[in-house]
Write a protein that binds this ligand. Structure first.
Ligand code: 8YV
Length: 294
């Protein structure tokens, strides 16, 4: 395994031990190369989530360890949070709520003006299961939907844009729903934010690493980007005074603490799918939602 591990320190709370065949982990917790290395009998990594970016897939594949996730069952929950974030940040619902609670109801009408979502052009960066579930919701609200993916989807009714900058230029609200991979790291950088512009809104429910948060903070503070709503951050948890501080202090923002799949309904279905995968593994049956590893 040596060639795959960046370091050989066991960085988190898994100690080397024999006999462990199955690890159940979350999408954000994952399992590092060192941890995989420390578990010589490991045969299955069951992820309670869809993100595999925190799992060292190379190390898993090299050891022929199966990896499963919980696709589909959380798509609606994640998509609806993205929709809620877009509506809330554009209509300034969070700011309005704070005005009422602080007793500053009469803060002036101009201060309360927002931008409508209905009638806006939406762009979806990443047209997988979650992106397509969101597209269905946006279309149902009468919004025009554009999307970017590595290749056009032949079954899509939505209009394709060949790169993220063109997508951002042609939409008012850019939703980020793509998987975090080395290729998508900082895919939303200064060029995409510039293209989205001072009236544009960015919504990220994917992973923090796909957005260059320093560039995002600069764009928001400088007014070259209209607004941003984030459920995910490059450093989680994001805390005042921490690495995301400039972002947390930026105007026209709305933040949630990585809760996109956190509904009773989605989490119950995710748990059932995780258990179905583990049961199938124990029974020696095909795994219901196995990740294809190269
Ligand atoms: C969860 C996620 O926060 O699906 C993912 O990859 O990030 C989220 O759904 C997490 O995995 C819950 O365990």
């Amino acid at each position: 395994m040596e060639q795959f591990c960046a370091s050989h320190a066991i960085t988190r709370d898994i100690e080397a031990r024999d006999g462990i065949e199955i690890v159940l982990t979350s999408g954000t917790r994952g399992l590092t190369c060192d941890e995989i290395d420390a578990l010589p009998d490991l045969r299955l990594i069951a992820v309670n989530g869809v993100g595999t970016d925190a799992v060292d897939l190379g190390a898993a594949s090299a050891r022929n360890i199966a990896v499963t996730t919980t696709p589909d069952v959380l798509s609606g929950a994640v998509a609806e949070l993205a929709l809620g974030l877009a509506l809330s940040v554009r209509r300034r619902i969070g700011e309005g709520e704070r005005l009422v609670r602080s007793g500053a109801w009469g803060g002036g009408q101009k201060a309360r003006l927002g931008r409508s979502l209905i009638g806006a052009r939406s762009g979806i960066l990443g047209y997988g299961r979650i992106g397509r579930a969101l597209a269905d919701m946006l279309r149902a609200l009468g919004l025009e939907v554009l999307y970017y993916a590595r290749a056009p989807d032949q079954n899509a009714t939505d209009a394709y844009r060949a790169n993220p900058v063109t997508l951002a230029r042609d939409c008012d609200v850019l939703f980020v729903t793509l998987a975090a991979t080395p290729e998508t790291h900082h895919i939303v950088g200064p060029d995409v934010l510039d293209a989205l512009g001072p009236e544009g809104t960015l919504v990220n429910v994917a992973r923090g690493s796909v957005v260059d948060s320093a560039a995002l903070a600069t764009a928001l503070h400088g007014g070259t980007l209209g607004a941003a709503a984030l459920d995910v951050f490059e450093t989680e948890p994001a805390t005042p005074g921490g690495p995301e501080d400039a972002l947390l202090r930026a105007p026209n923002t709305l933040f949630t603490p990585h809760i996109a799949s956190a509904t009773y309904e989605a989490r119950r279905a995710m748990a059932q799918l995780v258990i179905a995968n583990i049961d199938a593994f124990i029974a020696g049956a095909p795994l219901p939602s196995k990740v294809a590893l190269s």
